[in-house]
Design a protein around this ligand. Structure first.
Ligand code: ZN
Length: 135
């Protein structure tokens, strides 16, 4: 099995402090970590939701992909992340299937993960993230 579960949903938010308070109320649990991903210009916050997680993403600068996303589409679901067991072979497989891979070399994402993104134009408008736990 290659895709094992929906690891998390990424949600773009304007104000992380306000969104944290809202999602704490919604999910009934506090966020368990906040992490900055410098290379992406984002501050992230994670909530557990059973087997899956919610990742809130706020921009830390105007050039951040999250700032651009919110400018274009407003706040909301930004990406779906699937857990994979072998990110390199999955990336190769999906490339061969014709999906547009944004970064062929897995990069370090938040929450101790290696991540690869697929361009939304090849996945019905949804930014797809593959992620593999760093052991
Ligand atoms: Zn993510």
């Amino acid at each position: 099995m290659n895709f094992t579960k929906i690891e998390h949903l990424g949600i773009a938010v304007k104000d992380l402090t306000e969104a944290n308070a809202l999602y704490e109320k919604l999910l009934g649990v506090p966020h368990y970590k906040t992490e900055e991903v410098l290379s992406e210009g984002v501050l992230t916050s994670f909530f557990k939701c059973g087997e899956s997680k919610i990742e809130l993403l706020a921009a830390t600068n105007k050039e951040s992909p999250i700032a651009k996303f919110i400018e274009k589409k407003g706040e909301g679901i930004h990406h779906i992340a699937f857990a994979v067991e072998d990110i390199e072979s999955e990336t190769e497989r999906l490339k061969n299937e014709g999906f547009v891979v944004l970064n062929e070399v897995p990069k370090r994402g938040a929450d101790n993960k290696l991540v690869v993104f697929l361009h939304p134009k090849s996945t019905n408008g949804v930014l797809v993230e593959l992620c593999q736990e760093i052991k």
